[in-house]
Design a binder for this molecule. Structure first.
Ligand SMILES: Nc1ncnc2c1ncn2[C@@H]1O[C@H](COP(=O)(O)OP(=O)(O)O)[C@@H](O)[C@H]1O
Ligand SMILES: [Mg+2]
Length: 286
């Protein structure tokens, strides 16, 4: 069962503390040219989440800015994937889950939206690449065919566009009709990104997309995410802190179901406000 409470005044998120404006510092983090004043594409407000009677998220409030990369970091089991799956209501496929609080997409409560339409706007890429046992072309065309309404040439055009956006086109353009399962792990993950991009989502959620990949394949995906963020809002879960530092504009640090600290990535990594954050990023635990 899922409920969406319309926000309890006693639990108003402390927005001032989560988004203090911090001067840009360029060190280990990438140099963003994206505007710090971009509108909030998604907002979580006072989200609590339960699997049965076990609470997995406690009062999580976080904003994800339009055309920026937001990373969720924290030790295993701290609720990162749960939070990500809340953003497009993917958890609803798990029986016995419950969410309270608000999640907004462009200011609209996602629980007031048709769930299929929501997931078209907020796409998802999983930890383990999961291409269908079909051709490369059909993997990318899948969502377009499900949605219907496009002619064959339009589908072909969108498949190419998505493969170009996912930086895979040059590697596969000569073998679009071969099985996707013949691709390398890194290529399969970029194919899954292309499949998610094919329906032009406004937000792309990625749950540890590189955890099964070698450093070269990982670097390709990271580079791709930086480019994609110009046209799409990205939320990425990673247990790799260097990755968060390299690709994200904003970082949220989760610990035991709570968002301990949220802010600009350079600030979180160079001058965290909370001791727990510092302990984690300096490798004292996790
Ligand atoms: N399907 C599920 N059923 C029950 N408990 C779950 C399920 N998925 C995750 N959990 C629990 O919720 C907590 C947060 O898990 P998760 O969001 O997967 O953390 P992370 O992604 O940070 O490793 C953990 O205690 C985990 O055991
Ligand atoms: Mg996880």
């Amino acid at each position: 069962m899922t409920t969406s409470a319309a926000g309890d005044a006693t639990r108003t998120p402390d927005v001032a503390t989560v988004r203090s404006p911090v001067p840009e510092v360029h060190g280990t983090t990438h140099t963003t040219t994206r505007s710090p004043d971009a509108p909030e594409k998604m907002q979580a407000k006072a989200v609590d989440f339960w699997y049965g009677r076990a609470q997995a998220l406690f009062d999580v409030s976080m904003s994800m800015r339009s055309s920026h990369v937001t990373a969720c970091i924290g030790p295993s089991g701290c609720g990162k994937s749960t939070f990500l799956r809340a953003l497009n209501r993917m958890y609803e496929t798990v029986p016995g889950t419950k969410l309270t609080g608000q999640i907004l997409l462009d200011g609209d409560d996602i629980f007031g939206l048709d769930v299929t339409a929501l997931r078209r706007r907020v796409g998802m890429v999983f930890q383990k690449s999961n291409p269908f046992p079909k051709s490369i072309f059909e993997n990318v065309a899948y969502g377009l065919r499900v949605n219907g309404g496009l002619s064959r040439p339009q589908i072909a055009e969108q498949v190419e566009r998505s493969l170009v956006r996912s930086a895979l086109w040059d590697e596969v353009k000569h073998k679009l009709h071969q099985s996707a399962l013949g691709l390398s792990g890194g290529q399969q993950q970029r194919l899954c990104i292309a499949r998610a991009l094919a329906v032009d989502p406004e937000v792309l959620l990625l749950d540890e997309p590189c955890s099964a990949l070698d450093p070269i394949a990982t670097a390709k995906i990271e580079e791709l995410l930086l480019t994609l963020a110009d046209s799409c809002t990205i939320v990425i879960v990673t247990h790799n802190m260097q990755q968060a530092a390299r690709v994200s504009d904003y970082t949220g640090f989760f610990l035991m179901g709570r968002l301990v600290e949220f802010g600009r990535t350079d600030k979180i990594f160079q001058n965290p406000a909370r001791k727990e954050t510092e302990d984690y990023i300096t490798g004292r635990f996790g």
